[in-house]
Design a binder for this molecule. Structure first.
Ligand SMILES: CCCCCCCCCCCCC[C@H](O)CC(=O)SCCNC(=O)CCNC(=O)[C@H](O)C(C)(C)COP(=O)(O)OP(=O)(O)OC[C@H]1O[C@@H](n2cnc3c(N)ncnc32)[C@H](O)[C@@H]1OP(=O)(O)O
Ligand SMILES: NC(=O)c1ccc[n+]([C@@H]2O[C@H](COP(=O)([O-])OP(=O)(O)OC[C@H]3O[C@@H](n4cnc5c(N)ncnc54)[C@H](O)[C@@H]3O)[C@@H](O)[C@H]2O)c1
Length: 724
């Protein structure tokens, strides 16, 4: 506790725990001590709580949830202590007030926020619920619908919205602390009863039951096996049904259930994994970084599906863009699409189109003139996935671009070294693999080649940060990390169809597991022709396939021609209205099981002498997921990625892996490596011609070492890439 000024009647309690003033056991103890001291001091007439360094608090220290001493201090009773104070307590909210931080503010009698502050109860995103009486106070303050929305989604809201909701009493543009002191002085002596949220009734709705029924249905639909949102709902519901103290008891019960859940552990692991992955590689940055990423001009080539999203993403980050296409027809098509995307993005933002200023040619220009690239600092190439074309473009870029310019390729699988070989500056060539839609998806897979410099890697990481994406640095191999792990997963999905399953059964199993979309619906969405072109390029199908090649064998391994057969029949997925499913029309979105496909599969099995069998959900999950995980172990052993956390961050942010399962490698650690190994051995014996089911040597080594925790896996490998 300190005084604002020597003779001030306002005691100041400052939450201090850099960088985000997380509420550790020590901070909580200090808060309690400060409150008691202020309460006991007759010269103190009011109290102001604020945070150090312009941040109120990011809430409870998440690391504390997994430490044994966690039960010694509780935040709820401290919030109650604040509220029951006989002296007015004012929260001065700067920067952030999240989770337990906001709950502390809810205990205060008055809340004043800086206009740029953000508030929220994001506990649900780490598998928890607000456990310091927030689920009981917030509905009393802002009503059930708004409270339910904040608590079940975990979204952060800006101060302006908080003011509209009644979450804060006042917002200020200048010095928040001084304004809070003024407010504290003003309210000295005023009655506190009406300011104590625990004493207020929950505002009534015209039809609470119907509202809650609908809200629960919505929460359940979105949660897909994720427990926290539903328990958040139950806690808020308790506020509508019970007196405050009983509601708090219910909140505590539900909080404890979540605290000990595997899902909370997975989400908290994912929270720290994401931050560690970004930190690792940013530390490679030389000081100062080359270029000032936000003010220099960036350009990219190709305004197709990916280029459109990449351009949108750059403009949104206020990075000037020059967009190049091969001819005017493509350029005009691309321009129209980008403008449409930007209009839509601007509508979601405060300030709209003016904020993005994308009609300004200094921010975004379109051209077919390659020479305009001579002065740019960074190029992102996103032309067709064709090695000859990429090499031709990189050769040209190498000649035209200024010496320091970084040359990035958005290839999804091709060899970075081969692309770099077409330039005179391979140290400045790097893969920046965006995910579709590029202005939405958070992942940026950053692939370094043999000659890529640490500066280039650090700059690409900086770019990811500027675009508010998660950059993950990986080594160069076919498909890199994400797609390479995806190949065996998709391969198993198709093999399962050959053996007797249906697309809808496979998709259902994986969607029930928590994937946003199953492999067949995904394939229909992305277009079956994309993979077909790639397989033709690899000589696996099409005219370059040697005559007499067995239909279901390539290079001595099992191969399924099913996707090729669909493409030969013009079934490219949503774009043609038919693929693994049928759609209402070409470009339709609603996948409906297709009787034609079912009978096609039967005929296919008959013609290849395959006996149809029933395949249960367990087998679908094990074969798809464990083959993907197995590839992950091979990737780690080869030094393509530096830790299992990197693979998990890639899968959560780029492939729709359910975050509450922590990513594929974390998931493997939770089911146990011996179990994964035993299943792979079983399936590999049943399918000896499928190499991707053969357990990786690294997995076997870890099992032999006694199934060590994920954090220790990498210590069982001797070789690590010098660049990771
Ligand atoms: C209370 C004592 C502990 C044990 C007692 C258990 C008994 C039960 C008590 C029940 C009480 C329940 C209280 C409450 O309801 C529960 C909670 O409050 S849970 C926490 C809720 N808060 C969040 O989820 C916020 C998470 N953080 C963020 O969203 C972001 O970090 C940010 C705050 C918006 C800042 O974003 P950025 O500026 O981008 O910065 P970084 O994300 O890179 O973060 C910087 C740095 O800070 C670390 N960090 C951030 N938040 C926390 C946190 N809440 N606890 C611990 N550490 C945090 C982050 O990891 C970074 O560090 P690095 O990983 O890089 O070392
Ligand atoms: N589509 C995806 O989901 C996805 C995801 C990640 C990565 N990628 C990769 O991104 C790249 C682009 O894929 P896409 O799906 O956007 O392709 P696309 O076919 O939609 O677009 C490619 C664009 O490149 C343009 N182009 C071709 N030659 C050019 C040249 N010489 N100069 C300038 N522009 C030229 C074409 O006109 C076209 O607009 C590929 O390497 C692909 O593998 C695609």
């Amino acid at each position: 506790m300190e005084r604002y000024a020597r003779s001030s009647a306002v005691a100041v309690i400052r939450l201090r725990n850099p960088p985000v003033n997380a509420l550790s056991v020590e901070v909580l103890q200090a808060l309690e001590d400060g409150l008691k001291k202020a309460e006991a001091d007759p010269s103190v007439k009011a109290i102001m709580i604020c945070g150090e360094n312009g941040k109120f608090s990011a809430g409870a220290d998440i690391r504390g949830f997994s430490t044994p001493k966690r039960h010694r201090v509780a935040l709820g009773p401290i919030v109650s202590l604040i509220e029951s104070s006989e002296k007015p307590v004012v929260a001065a909210i700067e920067g952030i007030a999240l989770g337990g931080g906001l709950e502390v503010a809810l205990g205060c009698h008055y809340r004043l926020a800086h206009v740029k502050a953000q508030m929220g109860l994001p506990e649900v995103t780490i598998g928890l619920l607000p456990g310091a009486e927030g689920t009981q106070r917030l509905p009393r303050l802002i009503g059930v619908p708004a409270a339910l929305d904040m608590i079940t989604t975990g979204k952060h809201i800006p101060a302006t919205e908080a003011l509209k909701l009644g979450l804060v009493d006042e917002i200020v543009e200048e010095n928040t602390i001084e304004a809070a002191i003024r407010l504290a002085n003003k309210v000295i002596g005023q009655p506190l009863g009406p300011r104590r949220l625990s004493l207020k009734p929950v505002p009534k709705l015209p039809n609470t039951d119907a509202f809650l029924r609908e809200a629960l249905a919505k929460v359940k639909k979105q949660a897909r096996g994720f427990l926290a949102p539903e328990l958040c709902f139950q806690a808020v519901k308790a506020a509508t049904e019970r007196p405050f103290a009983e509601g708090v008891r219910r909140e505590r019960e539900l909080f404890q259930r979540l605290l000990s859940s595997e899902q909370a552990r997975a989400l908290q692991y994912a929270f720290f994994a994401e931050r560690a992955v970004s930190r690792d590689h940013l530390s490679l940055a030389p000081s100062p970084l080359p270029g000032t990423l936000l003010s220099d001009v960036y350009i990219y080539t190709g305004l197709g599906t990916m280029g459109q999203g990449i351009a949108t993403s750059l403009v949104k980050a206020k990075i000037p863009v020059v967009a190049l296409e091969q001819d005017l027809e493509y350029l005009n098509k691309g321009r129209k699409a980008v403008m449409g995307l930007l209009e839509r993005e601007a509508m979601k933002m405060e300030g709209g189109a003016q904020t993005l200023d994308f009609h300004n040619p200094a921010r975004l220009q379109f051209t077919v003139d390659f020479d305009l690239l001579s002065d740019v600092d960074l190029v992102i190439e996103a032309v067709f996935e064709d090695m000859a074309l990429k090499k031709e473009i990189f050769h040209k870029l190498s000649k035209i671009c200024k010496p320091g310019a970084l040359l990035c390729t958005n290839t999804s699988a091709l060899n970075i070294d081969e692309i770099a070989s077409a330039t005179s500056r391979p140290q400045q060539v790097i893969g920046t693999h965006f995910f579709s839609p590029a202005h939405v998806m958070r992942l940026l897979e950053i692939i370094y080649g043999r000659h890529t410099s640490p500066t280039a890697i650090a700059t690409a990481m900086q770019l990811a940060k500027a675009l508010k994406k998660v950059g993950v640095v990986v080594g160069n191999c076919f498909g890199f990390v994400g797609n390479r792990m995806m190949f065996p997963y998709v391969e198993q999905a198709v093999f399962l169809l050959e053996e007797g399953s249906r697309p809808e059964a496979v998709d259902q199993a994986l969607e029930d597991f928590g994937f946003k979309i199953g492999p067949f619906r995904m394939s229909d969405l992305a277009g079956l022709d994309v993979g077909w072109r790639s397989r033709k390029g690899q000589g696996l199908t099409g005219p370059s396939l040697p005559a007499g090649t067995a239909a279901r064998q390539r290079h001595g391994q099992r191969y399924s021609p099913l996707p090729d057969l669909l493409c030969e029949r013009g079934r490219f997925g949503q774009k043609t209205g038919k693929g693994w499913y049928q759609y209402e029309k070409a470009g339709g979105r609603t996948a409906v099981p297709d009787p034609w496909l079912h009978s096609f599969l039967s005929q296919y099995r008959d013609s290849h002498g395959i006996k149809t069998r029933y395949i249960d959900q367990e087998e679908i999950l094990e074969r798809c997921l464990f083959s993907l995980i197995n590839e992950g172990f091979a990737i780690l052993a080869e030094g393509i990625a530096s830790a299992p956390e990197h693979l998990d961050v890639i899968y959560i942010n780029g492939y729709g892996w359910p975050k509450h399962r922590g990513g594929p490698m974390f998931y493997a650690s939770t089911v146990g490596l011996p179990h994964v190994l035993a299943k792979l051995q079983k399936y590999s014996e049943a399918h000896p011609d499928v190499p991707k089911l053969r357990p990786s040597a690294f997995l076997k080594k870890l099992v032999a070492a006694g199934n060590p925790p994920l954090k220790e896996w990498m210590s069982y490998l001797s070789r690590q890439s010098p660049k990771l």
